[in-house]
Design a protein around this ligand. Structure first.
Ligand code: AMP
Ligand code: GLY
Length: 424
């Protein structure tokens, strides 16, 4: 098979690595890819939002399967473009990717189908949002831009002043662009967060092993929200009881709700959960693998990813026995100092050869490129260093040891990824 992967981050590197292990696959393309993905795939210089060019490329090169890694093209309808040309593609159509593309949609869906989530109101008029905040709100409170905002459109406001500033930022100044035309105001919840990714074929859902992300930039969960600074898998807080609850009240009900709405969902659903004292509740849905969740979940997956994705497309996921290794993995992101605000790029990187031939150690590239034959930094999150171990502590020790193998001048990382393990 020839497979095309769309995207250029650490998640797509993990997907490319996983696809490269499939005995069914003999050629991988990635658009646009990065310097690490280039090890398994021929990188093609087409942007993830250039749907027609992507589909033209798939047609011209007789690609058998295209995998969409990123949210923007899914929400924009790239799958519809591929399907209209009879091309096989993994991911939800536009009418289903709205599960991630609109937080107001997903909240209304959960309410209608009784899926546990935080109490909320949707607003498309800033005056009404302000009136609500001044009269009915309890603080802290959460403001969310409706649309995609690189994981940054969520503001946790401690008091009315912060919330008023937040409404201005999201709805009036349009800090997150059109994503802020509508806003969700949501009850603040407390508890452990856990990410559960799943494969879905329209009717059947098979969940993957759990993971936990670290969204803040600095140690101790301080600093700004980022795309994710590191992950571990499995989450020791995701117990059998939590899983049973979510299988019954969250996962299958979400798939059934989408089908009932005429928005059959095929692809990945990422459930962002909060384990509150009143039980698990949905924080958010994503319509794709998490980044960097994929970097700890995929190295633990036993199945041939291509076989599972084809089963999702064909509606035969019920016949797949999804299995994960009985081990653990930790991923530590090496970022450019200053991320997520301002940082330098094109800094030479060294040490990639240290990963050669080392089983259980991975360097997934997120923001890298080649410049004059040398690998240089090309983003805020630069690489994700993943290591496995027989348990979480060992995996963490291994991952932090391997973070030393890669060097670049403005290297920055958190030193407490997986610290929660000690409290489990
Ligand atoms: P989201 O993009 O919806 O996952 O939000 C990003 C982050 O904001 C989450 O991972 C949580 O840490 C936090 N967050 C979102 N919604 C809430 C909420 N209702 N209560 C508390 N924290 C929240
Ligand atoms: N790591 C969180 C996300 O991919 O949305």
């Amino acid at each position: 098979m020839k497979v095309l992967i769309v995207g250029s981050g650490g998640r797509e590197h993990a997907i490319a690595w996983s696809v490269s292990r499939s005995p069914k696959v003999d050629k991988i393309y990635c658009a646009p890819g990065n310097a690490g993905i280039a090890e398994y795939a021929q990188c093609v210089n087409i942007g993830a939002m250039e749907f027609e060019k992507l589909a033209d490329f798939a047609q011209e090169n007789q690609v058998d399967l295209t995998i969409i890694g990123m949210d923007d093209p899914l929400v924009g309808g790239v799958v519809d473009e591929f399907e209209s040309r009879g091309l096989r593609v993994f991911g939800p159509r536009k009418n289903a990717a709205i599960l991630e593309g609109s937080k107001a949609f997903s909240k209304d869906l959960m309410k209608k189908y009784h899926i546990p989530t935080a109490a909320y109101e949707n607003f498309d008029d800033p005056e009404k949002a302000l009136a609500y905040l001044r009269t009915e709100a309890k603080f802290p409170i959460v403001l969310k831009a409706d649309g995609l905002a690189l994981g940054k459109g969520v503001l946790i406001c401690q008091n009315l002043q912060e919330a008023e500033d937040g409404v201005k930022e999201i709805m009036e100044d349009k800090k997150f662009g059109n994503a802020g035309n509508t806003m969700v105001i949501e009850e603040f919840m407390t508890g452990r967060e856990v990410s559960v990714l799943s494969f879905v074929d329209g009717k059947t859902i098979k969940t993957m092993t759990s993971a936990q992300d670290h969204k803040r930039a600095k140690d101790g969960d301080q600093g700004l929200n980022t795309g994710g600074m590191g992950t571990f898998s499995p989450s020791p807080f995701y117990t059998k009881e939590v899983d049973e609850f979510c299988q019954k009240y969250v996962y299958q009900p979400t798939v059934d709700a989408m089908a009932a709405e005429g928005r059959e969902f095929k692809g990945i659903i990422f459930f962002g959960l909060m384990l509150t004292k009143d039980g698990p509740k949905v924080l958010e849905y994503n319509a794709r693998f998490g980044d960097p969740e994929a970097q700890v979940v995929l190295p633990r997956m036993k199945n041939d990813i291509v076989e599972v994705m084809e089963a999702c497309i064909d509606g035969t996921l019920d016949q797949i026995d999804l299995q994960f290794e009985d081990n653990a993995a930790v991923c530590v992101v090496l970022a450019s100092d200053g991320y997520p605000v301002k940082y330098e790029k094109e800094i030479p990187m060294y040490g990639f050869e240290n990963f050669k031939g080392k089983d259980g150690y991975y360097c997934f590239h997120a923001g890298t490129k080649f410049k004059d034959g040398q690998i240089v930094t090309n983003g805020g999150r630069v690489v994700g260093i993943t290591a496995t171990g027989s348990n979480l502590k060992e995996a963490r020790k291994n991952a932090y040891a391997a973070t030393e193998w890669i060097t670049f001048a403005n290297k920055y990382m958190r030193h407490d990824i997986g610290k929660a393990i000690d409290e489990a």
